[in-house]
Design a protein around this ligand. Structure first.
Ligand code: GCW
Length: 666
């Protein structure tokens, strides 16, 4: 891997021509990272950078904590928040901590990159969430589970193998949007990866941990719940067994001896064939707390995933509903978890589909720490071949009103720790990065990585603001009109993707295994609990009182809204109800006509994206033009395949003609 073969994404790059003459920076803070960041990125915006350690009459930018700069902090600040203020032609970047100074410095760089005048920059920012994390699903053989951007940037051939320079740049990208925690290996911890917590591997990991920690990003590892057995040291992994407890305590102590700033463990237990406490008749609280107690003396945390469901379900069994599983397993354990256990809850009750309701577990846990888990990697949303900008989806999730404490109890309020104030909360996500030169496979998928960080920091930012900032920082030299076109492409893309894939919240219909492209009945008779129950009369899953009663996991009046077909939002209708094809939506269309219309429209929309892109050819760098054209053409093929398979399937089962008599294969 060659250090010069990757791009800097939204940070100023070395091709950029400096437009501003010179800049005098005074670094009152000793943090070495600040000097490096200024020299690397401000250097690309200014012809000449001078750095001094003490304030002089020349100082234009002064970076330091309130104490170091003798500036007053008049408002309440989070430790990692920052202030940028101008006084007598000097710009101060201020914080209570070095970490906050790094975020403030990156913010200043971004504002300058976006064209703001230094003297006009004035902000106070505090993050809404404490935990802003990324999870890699990288395997040590270099592959990435659900990765669509090349191979791992951390591992190869069962070894740790990375380009330190690239990792440093990655850490810069992440810190520039406020990410503060990272786990580097797949939650499915296989044989080789189980050894990551052993001594020789830990020594190798130390250097990697140091690169991240320079940017205030804490390193975590996914662990195998059955490690004591798999590493050949014990016969059991029973969390209540004294030998097991001692084993984990010793193992953890060794980890901290080698990597003092280690963050802790991510655990996927009793999920999709992974081992867990159920084997021993113990609860998930028993399992998580046992690990938490080993980590507690060192300040470490356990992220314990709630993606626990029966993946060996009999499709004939209509009493089991996978959507119920996380709530059924974890809600009853509320209050039983140690303080350093953080449950990790997927945003929806199923699995990162293009459209799902918000997981009812969010808000229902009142005395437990938790994070929501998003999927930046586009497993079910186009695999970084199809364009799908996910900020509109996540903003909707974060703004969802759970009504748990009356009207106005949004998901983001809960995750900010404002609803149950004493608990540690936040956001995590499965990342979309690999060793492709543009990091994310589809270059526009960088916007999902960037946007994830921005949204985790401030869930109230709009998807449009984030898209606008990303486009402007990433393509500073592209003309305004084209920038607006790219922004528009991003903003439409989620709905476009939804239009040509599974309709009205029913989900799945993907090819099995790799999950790209359509197979309407691919999962219909499988053990995975992912069905749409289409027959000649209708489609959808009855999750109301007359069905699985999943709706009852929501608080009133949310439950009632979903229970009642007349109030259930169209886009989630088939998630909650089984309806006849002739059922009329709020939009006035029948379900079957909606299926036809949205699938024809989805393909048209992709064609329009291609046309707009082609019309901008002259204004775009050749390599970017080619790269995106190639992706869009592949997306069009995929969209057509979805359109034709879904339309034909539903024409055949329903026998109902398209009102507009368009081409549906018989
Ligand atoms: O969506 C499913 C994926 C699995 C993944 C699992 C999980 C890491 O298909 O590949 O395993 O979710 O979240 O654990």
């Amino acid at each position: 891997m060659n250090a010069s073969t990757f791009t800097t994404c939204w940070l100023p790059n070395d091709k950029q021509v400096p437009t501003i003459s010179s800049l005098h920076i005074t670094l009152c803070s000793q943090a070495k990272v600040l000097e490096r960041v200024c020299l690397t990125y401000l250097n690309r915006l200014y012809n000449k950078i001078e750095i001094s350690r003490t304030m002089t009459s020349q100082s234009e930018i002064i970076i330091g904590t309130f104490n170091e700069t003798n500036q007053e902090c008049q408002i309440e600040m989070e430790l990692d928040g920052f202030i940028i203020r101008n006084e007598q032609r000097k710009t101060y970047v201020l914080s209570l901590s070095e970490q906050g100074l790094l975020y403030g410095t990156f913010h200043l760089i971004e504002q300058l990159q976006l064209g703001s005048k230094r003297e006009d920059i004035s902000v106070v920012q505090n993050p809404s969430t404490h935990i802003r994390m990324l999870n890699h699903w990288d395997n040590m053989d270099g592959t990435i589970e659900r990765g669509y951007a090349g191979r791992s940037i951390f591992f190869d051939q069962d070894e740790l193998s990375y380009d330190a320079k690239r990792i440093q740049q990655y850490a810069d990208l992440l810190a520039s949007v406020g990410i503060n925690k990272i786990s580097i290996n797949n939650v499915n911890v296989h044989r080789v990866e189980t050894k990551l917590i052993t001594e020789s591997k830990l020594r190798e990991l130390k250097e990697l941990a140091d690169i991240f920690s320079e940017n205030y990003i804490t390193l975590y590892l996914s662990i195998n719940y059955a490690s004591p057995i798999e590493l050949g040291e014990l016969q059991t992994a029973d969390p209540l067994d004294d030998e097991v407890k001692t084993w984990w305590k010793q193992q953890t102590k060794r980890i901290y001896q080698t990597i003092p700033g280690f963050g802790g463990f991510i655990v996927k237990a009793d999920s999709e064939h992974r081992p867990g406490p159920f084997t021993y008749g113990r609860t998930h609280a028993d399992g998580a707390n046992m690990l938490a107690k080993a980590l507690a003396p060192f300040g470490g945390n356990v992220f314990w995933r709630c993606f626990v469901y029966d993946c060996l379900q009999d499709w004939r069994d209509r009493t089991t509903d996978r959507a119920r599983a996380a709530f059924d397993h974890f809600q009853k354990l509320d209050g039983e978890f140690d303080d350093n256990v953080i449950l990790q809850i997927k945003n929806g009750p199923m699995d990162f589909q293009v459209r799902e309701p918000v997981s009812p577990l969010i808000g229902a846990l009142k005395a437990t720490n938790y994070v929501i888990e998003f999927q930046v990697t586009q497993e079910y949303t186009g695999q970084q071949i199809d364009l799908c900008y996910l900020m509109p989806q996540w903003s909707e999730v974060l703004a969802f009103d759970t009504q748990i404490k009356g009207e106005g109890t949004t998901v983001s309020d809960i995750l900010s720790g404002n609803v149950y104030p004493s608990i540690q909360t936040g956001i995590t996500a499965v990342v979309n990065v690999g060793n492709d030169s543009n990091w994310t496979g589809h270059e526009f998928a960088q916007a999902n990585l960037y946007g994830y960080g921005r949204l985790a920091w401030n869930p109230r930012l709009t998807a449009r603001t984030i898209a606008n900032d990303w486009v402007n920082s990433t393509y500073p030299s592209v003309n305004e009109e084209v920038k607006q076109m790219i922004e528009k492409m991003l903003m439409e893309s989620w709905v476009v993707y939804e239009n040509y894939t599974a309709p009205l919240g029913v989900g799945w219909m993907v090819k099995t295994g790799h999950h790209y492209g359509p197979d309407v009945n691919g999962y219909e008779y499988s053990p995975w609990g992912t069905y749409h129950f289409s027959d000649r009369d209708g489609i959808g899953v009855d999750r109301t009182k007359s069905g699985s009663n999943y709706v009852n996991q929501y608080t009133e009046p949310v439950a009632e809204v979903y229970e009642d077909m007349t109030t259930c939002p169209d886009e989630l209708l088939l998630f909650f109800h089984h309806v006849p094809y002739t059922h009329k939506l709020h939009s006035g269309k029948t379900v079957i006509q909606h299926i036809y219309d949205s699938h024809f429209e989805g393909v048209k929309q992709v064609e329009r994206l291609i046309l707009a892109w082609q019309q901008s050819k002259d204004e775009l760098p050749d390599d970017l033009y080619e790269h995106i054209s190639h992706k869009l053409n592949a997306q069009l093929e995929n969209a057509k395949e979805w359109r034709d398979k879904v339309n034909t399937y539903y024409y055949r089962v329903s026998g109902i003609h398209d009102q507009h008599d368009r081409k549906i294969y018989r």
